[in-house]
Design a binder for this molecule. Sequence first.
Ligand SMILES: [Zn+2]
Length: 99
Amino acid sequence: MESQYKPSSSVSARGKSDPAWEHIALSTAADGTKVYTCLFCEKEVRGGGINRLKQHLAGIPGSITACKKVDHDVRYRMSEYLKEISGKKKEASIAKRRF
Ligand SMILES: [Zn+2]
C-alpha cells in the first residue's frame, strides 16, 4: 500500500506539530489508554486519536459531539484544517483513478 506520509516540510515530529495540540491535552490512563482532553470544555476522549478531538473542536457531527465552549476562531481553523486533510486525500485518489 501507499504510504500515508506526505513529504511535506512542515511535518517533522509526528503529531506534535499539529495546531490542534494548542487546545488538546494528552495524558495516559492507568491501563495505558491515551486520554485526550479538550481544553475548552474539559471533555475527555479515550482512544480514537486526535482527529476525533478535531471534529469535536470543529463542531463536525458524527463520531463525537461538538464542543460548546470552543472559540469561533478555533472552530473555524479546525474545520479548515480537516477540510484540507480530506481534500488532499481526494486529490490522491483522483490522480490514481485518472491513470
Ligand atoms: Zn470541547
